[in-house]
Design a protein around this ligand. Structure first.
Ligand SMILES: [Zn+2]
Length: 401
């Protein structure tokens, strides 16, 4: 892979051994659509390691053996790419970037992201906004990035919005981040300007510790994507922008509760379709409604019926993505046996007791937050959430076993 930056424009050329269908770090197959993308408003004089890592968040899935940057990187970044992915990177000669003192939040506006922001009320935001690609038709106009950016501005936080078309480098499964970390490409390039030493993400316990999302459903202490000692954690640390997961120790029930009780509650938006509010008809809205109903201890309120395509997976037996939260919801939502979750209920049979560990914070998640920001997160969790006991911790550490 060869990488060239012209200002905020990233161009990349595949080497003969590279492939247009690659795999993201979570193992998900992704197909390349085009070999260029753009990030707006980023400085041209960022540290070369920042350009290198920002590029890697886009090109990693399609790079097989080596990567050649257009400016020399540090030996630290080359080593992190080699140790994490087995990739030869060069040229090498730059001095490493020193970590700054500022923690920013990579802010999406979703409940998890808002909860992460609530842990650090003084942290500035960096918001990634999708814009159209000049050469790729936009077949996804329902994705309202303008609404999300407007809501992010309304938070009143110090905010940097980076616009980018990098998601259109993906042809399949649909436009999206080639790697989950690509959401941080703009923040990385802004890191010198913002004095960043850390970047906080809204990944919660399911994503960090339970193999949630697209990954395996099992306890994942060595999570390749998000553990500080994982490949991505080490690569970000090598450029002085530590990955910080302020809510990495709590479930989506807790992030939802924190978000809807926070100063930012009016700006929370997890659905990318609606303009005046969540659409209520997509799969994500249904999942979040189950959690919200459980948190508020009320019946499910959804227009989605069992005959709708988004309901189909709930008519089948487990496993489900985010299954810990499904169990949490099934155990708490009154009348759930009369909804499209009846099948899931009959298989999982959770109780409030069997899911109460999801109301507390997993202490190792706080231990792995870098020292400058650890105490604040620990105090926040002690004051607003509470920590797991030994039994709870065992639930986490035997998940999927
Ligand atoms: Zn929706």
């Amino acid at each position: 892979m060869r990488v060239i930056w012209n200002g905020g424009e990233l161009l990349f050329r595949l080497d003969p051994e590279d492939e247009i269908t690659g795999k993201a770090s979570d193992g998900y197959p992704v197909k390349l659509a085009t070999n260029s993308c753009h990030l707006s408003g980023v400085p041209g004089d960022a540290h070369p390691d920042l350009f290198a890592v920002a590029a890697w968040t886009v090109v990693a899935p399609w790079t097989r053996r080596r990567i050649t940057f257009d400016r020399a990187v540090s030996a630290e970044v080359a080593a992190a790419l080699h140790d994490g992915w087995g990739i030869e990177a060069g040229p090498v000669s730059a001095e490493p970037r020193r970590a700054g003192s500022v923690l920013a939040i990579s802010y999406s506006g979703g409940a998890d992201s808002v909860a992460a922001a609530t842990v650090y009320p003084e942290a500035p935001f960096v918001h990634f906004r999708r814009v159209e690609h000049p050469r790729i038709p936009n077949r996804w106009p329902h994705y309202r990035s303008d609404v999300l950016a407007r809501l992010a501005r309304q938070t009143g936080r110090d905010i940097t919005i980076v616009e980018s078309d990098l998601e259109y480098t993906l042809a399949e499964p649909r436009p999206g981040y080639p790697e989950h970390q690509a959401v941080a490409a703009g923040a990385l390039l802004m890191a010198d300007r913002l004095g960043l030493g850390g970047l906080g993400f809204g990944y919660e316990m399911g994503s960090r510790w339970l193999g949630g999302g697209r990954y395996l459903l099992r306890y994942t202490p060595d999570n390749f994507l998000w553990a500080p000692h994982g490949a991505w954690g080490r690569l970000f640390a090598a450029v002085g922008v530590h990955i910080v997961l302020p809510v990495g120790g709590v479930s989506e029930a807790v992030t939802m509760r924190l978000a809807v009780n926070s100063d930012l509650k009016d700006q929370v938006r997890w659905c990318l379709r609606g303009t005046d509010g969540p659409c209520r008809t997509c799969g994500k809205c249904l999942y979040k409604e189950l959690i919200m109903a459980a948190v508020e201890r009320r019946p499910l309120d959804t227009p989605i019926t069992a005959d709708r395509p988004v309901a189909r997976k709930w008519l089948k037996p487990p496993p489900y993505g985010g299954q810990e939260m499904i169990e949490y919801g099934l155990a708490r939502v009154p009348g759930i046996e009369n909804t499209l979750f009846a099948t899931a209920l009959s298989h999982l049979r959770p109780t409030e007791e069997s899911t109460s560990w999801l109301d507390r914070c997993y202490p190792p998640a706080i231990d792995e937050i870098p020292e400058p920001w650890r105490d604040q997160a620990a105090t926040f969790m002690a004051d607003h959430v509470g920590f797991m006991n030994e039994d709870d911790r065992r639930r986490v550490e035997t998940w999927g076993a």
